[in-house]
Design a protein around this ligand. Structure first.
Ligand code: NDP
Length: 311
């Protein structure tokens, strides 16, 4: 029987593990499909306090993992395939890893993150970390005075385009429909920004370039039979077509919002189930930053400790 299981190995999960281990909860952390979490798909981390010269994502996540290990966190590599969060008289929850290994715990911290959606074209994979990014706040700085494209027509895309316009020479906003879906105020901002050119009814066919992104071929579709291929020269390609929180496993138990983010009590990590806490991007549709995720992991571990003492 475990006192505290943590699911997820991003900044939220590792920070929860550091705090839980130091509170003598002897945590067990299940690492999940992407060791290190979402951060691992960025190029370099320059906005996490404590690294004045920036840090490679792998290094930062390895530092966090070793810090959690130093205080006694135990790790299980594998994917959680099933969870039973039905309340039991003994106040325990059940977690299955790869369908076969069963773990039981008194408290659970869910830090499974949210995955950025990608278009699904091959060149996104080919240029991953070499000009393709899903986070303007994380990677925009590397494209100062350069030309970039943002894909999407929602609030995130408009916000990212605005942010990048503050750094870059020019920003293309590639929108598949003839209109933006974003809130009016965000639409007005991008439309009035002279550095942003909106390409309505455009879809990305492929990225081009040697070693790194240098351009994109787009299809401009004006109607069923009327389409042309256009090429734009760009240095960076930012996806902003939404995120999907990794919460499917818990949807039968936890209160989620319409998009699947875990709902928590006010600004605490407490979910609707006692002893189950949510930390990081799986409960945060707004900020999606490593430092925010780390802070919420800390809060979740403190809450788990208080909960266990109250049992
Ligand atoms: P949204 O789902 O609102 O928008 C996604 C955008 O990506 C849409 O324009 C959609 O196009 C486009 N898209 C989706 N798939 C593809 C594809 N395969 N190819 C090309 N384009 C695609 O996601 P957001 O992340 O923008 O926003 C999520 C939520 O968070 C929203 O409720 C938003 O309002 C909110 N938010 C609020 C902010 C704020 O208030 N400051 C900031 C950021 C987000 P289409 O329109 O054709 O479906």
């Amino acid at each position: 029987m475990e006192q505290c299981i943590i699911i997820g190995s991003g900044p939220a999960g590792y920070t929860a593990a550091i705090y839980a281990a130091r509170a003598n909860l002897n945590p067990l952390l299940i690492e999940g499909p992407q060791l290190g979490g979402q951060l691992m798909i960025t190029t370099e981390v320059e906005n996490f306090p404590g690294y004045p010269d920036g840090v490679e994502p792998f290094q930062m996540m390895d530092d966090m993992r070793r810090q959690a290990e130093r205080f006694g966190t135990r790790f299980v590599s594998g994917i959680v395939t099933k969870a039973d969060l039905n309340p039991t008289p003994s106040h325990t929850y059940q977690i299955w890893v790869e369908d076969t290994q069963l773990y039981e715990t008194y408290s659970l911290i869910i830090a499974t993150g949210a995955s950025a959606k990608f278009l699904g074209i091959q060149s996104e994979e080919d240029y991953r970390g070499r000009g393709v990014s899903a986070c303007a706040t994380c990677d925009g700085f590397f494209y100062r005075k350069k030309t970039v494209a943002v894909v999407g027509g929602g609030d995130t895309a408009c916000e990212e385009a605005q942010y990048l316009a503050g750094l870059c020479e020019k920003v293309y906003l590639i929108v598949r429909k003839p209109y933006l879906r974003a809130s009016q105020i965000m639409q007005d901002r991008v439309k009035n920004n002279p550095k942003i050119e909106i390409l309505f009814e455009h879809n990305t066919l492929r990225l081009t370039g040697e070693q790194k992104v240098q351009g994109a071929d787009l299809i401009y579709r004006k109607g069923e039979a009327d389409e042309e291929i256009r090429h734009i020269a760009i240095d960076g390609f930012f996806l902003a077509i939404g995120h999907k929180p990794n919460t499917d496993l818990f949807k039968d138990y936890l209160a989620l919002n319409e998009e699947g983010y875990i709902l928590t009590e006010a600004d605490s990590p407490r979910t609707n189930i006692p002893g189950v806490f949510a930390a990081g991007d799986c409960a945060d549709p707004h900020y999606r930053q490593a430092i925010v995720a780390a802070a919420s992991g800390c809060k979740a571990a403190i809450e788990a400790d208080r909960y266990l003492k109250s049992l």
